[in-house]
Every structure is written in structure tokens, then in C-alpha cells.
Design a protein around this ligand. Sequence first.
Ligand code: ADP
Ligand code: MG
Length: 398
Amino acid sequence: MASAELGIPRLEDLPLERGRRVLVRVDLNVPLQDGEVADDLRITTALPTLAWLRERAAAVLVAGHLGRPKGEPDPEYSMAPVAARLGELIGQKVPVAPAVVGAKVEPYVASLAPGELLMLENVRFERGETDDDPTFATNLCELADMYVNEAFGASHRAHASIVGPPRVLPSAGGRLLFREVEMLSRLLDPGERPFVAVLGGAKVSDKLGVIDALLQRCDAILVGGAMMFTFLLAQGHAVGDSLVEPEMVDECRRLLETGRVRIPTDVVVAEEITDDAEARTVPADSMLADTKGLDIGPETANAFADEIGEAALLLWNGPMGVFEVAPFAAGTRAVADAVARCRGFTVVGGGDSAAAVRRFGLADQVDHVSTGGGASLEFIEHGDLPGLRALRESPMRA
Ligand code: ADP
Ligand code: MG
């Protein structure tokens, strides 16, 4: 597969002049707590692109979505806390428009000075966003002279604010979008061997597509997390009260037949998911009836760490256990340590696994911690995303 970034216009390609209005779609879907931003990574990673535009005296309209409002204004999902945090980070107040598009927004846009930022309201306050409605896309585009997609993490969705503007405005990909595409592209057509993927997290069904795609390219897939129990079930083992997806058993059996899927030989079980739970390690083929499997065991963690250590190319997505709760964090920690030590090219993708790596303070020792979540997995699966395709096929490109 050819490198997907080829053909995506860059910021430098934009016909930028002082005071030109630039609509920047950013992945601002951050976690909130008590009305404040609890983790601002998605805001900080967009700062280089925003700074570049401000230095060139663009008037910047920032657009993003937060949560899943139902296509109408909902104060619970207002962008105000995000704008407040962004304002703190750049040392300049970022006003929030009272809507996404329309007559109420126009005066805010008109009064925006070169180098200033305006936050539009949550694009999902408009029903036309998720439908890619042409009228909404047109209204959005009318606010600006050009468009930048800095929302790699939302580019797997053919939503109006992602695929609409490149159809009518001069458009480019932002700095972070390029970094994501460049880094993740190394997993598409791997020259380096062995290529090892470590997959965990909640559901097999979420990740079946990417597992299939990876099996075309990987030497081994190491499976942990809740999804391991559906694989154990497929091998005929009892799994107690562990999370399983019975309808995925046949698929898991098919995947196991490739001979390249490794599943745990021991698991950590408990009766409840609490900080003081009594956790026990048992062989994977003799789990007890009334316990839940909540982590990979130490023997599995060692075996996985050895295989990770040999990798020339490594992808990790999905925690190995319920790492948020102390008695079930060891497997995820062991995999994170092994990935950090691995001398090959290492990529961590997925919201929770990326959070785990950061929480363990190991993010600096990984070559690329993707901010993309679901978008990174879809990119790894398909080698492209609707938002990237829209930029590449933009009729407005220079
Ligand atoms: P990512 O965001 O990295 O792609 P997922 O969203 O697929 O990962 O899954 C993360 C969640 O999976 C975590 O909240 C974790 O607690 C949960 N999880 C991992 N292992 C288990 C398990 N054995 N039982 C229940 N939940 C699990
Ligand atoms: Mg997740």
C-alpha cells in the first residue's frame, strides 16, 4: 500500500494572507469532570497548527465535537470548557460563538481580528453534521476562506465538518494529522520483521476488522483483555463470569486456525472488581465457575514480553486487563514496560491503552502514541480514512 499522506495538501500550500479566515476542525472530544477539561491532550496536540496559523495572522475558527448531543443544542455538551482551557494554553481568551453556523455566529466571525481564535459551538448541535448534510456543510464553509483538518481522531467519520469543506474550500491537513498518517503508515506495508501486534480491551467485535487486516501483515497477534475469554471459549474452556461475546466464537476459532494468534496460558481472576478484591492467578484452562477473568497472568505477561522484545515493528492496542483497578493492572503494566524497552518501532493506539502508557509515565519511550482511538484502528485496517480522502481529492487544491 502506498503511503497515504502522499497527495494530502499541507498548511504551506494554503493561500494564506493576513486576516484570511481559516476554519480548523480539531478533535476536541476531551473528557470533562465537574464542567472542566479533565485531560487536555487533544487540545495541546493541536496547538502547533493553531500557532502556525496565528503567526501568519489568520483569523481562526475552531470547530469540534464533544460527546454525543442529539443534533440540537444541549448545554451539557457546550464547547465552553474546551475554549476556556484552550484560552489558558495560548494565553489569549477564546470566545465561544452562540451556535455553529447562522446569523447569530456571523457577527462573532466578522469581528475576529487577525491572529485571534473563535470557538464555534459543538458541531453535533446540528443534525446535518453526522448526516453530512449539504446545506449545513455550505453554511459552515460560508464562514471561512479556507479549511484545515487537524482532527485525525474524527477523520474515520464522513461527517459534514470533516468531508464537506474540502469540496469547496482550499484545504490542508494539520501538523498532527500528518504525524499520525506518517507514523501509522509504517504499519501498512511493513518491511521490518517480525511485526507483532498486541491486542486487548473490551470487545472482539470492535476489533475484528483490524485483527483480520493485521493477520495479513503480522507475524504474531498477542491477545489479552476481555476479548481473550471469547478466544478461550472458542477453544472449549470454561471462563466463569468473564465478559464474553458468544456470537463471536466461530470467528475466534477461525482466527486461531491461522496459528498466529497467541492467547493467555494463565489469567488473574476475582469475584469482584474492587481495589481490595482478592485476586488469584489460575491456568487459563481451569477457570472457576463464579469468578471473572480480569487480567492476564504473570506467565502470559512474561511470554508476551519476550515476544514484544523481539519485535522490529510493534503495535499495541487495548489494555490487558481492568488496569484502572490496582489488583488487575499488572498485565497491562508488564506489556507497557516491554513495549517501552522494545528496540523496534513501537506504536500505541487506542484511547485507553494510550492513557495507560501515559499514566505509567512511559509515553516518551514509545515511538508514537496515537491520539486517534477508533480512527487509528480504521486507518490500520483500511490504509485510508474518509477525511484523508476528502483532502486528497479536494478540487480546490493548488
Ligand atoms: P482502547 O481504548 O485502548 O482501544 P478498549 O476501549 O477496547 O481499549 O478497552 C478498554 C477497556 O477494557 C478498559 O476500560 C478495561 O478496563 C477493559 N478491560 C480490559 N480487560 C478486561 C477484562 N478482562 N474484563 C473486563 N473489562 C476489561
Ligand atoms: Mg476505549
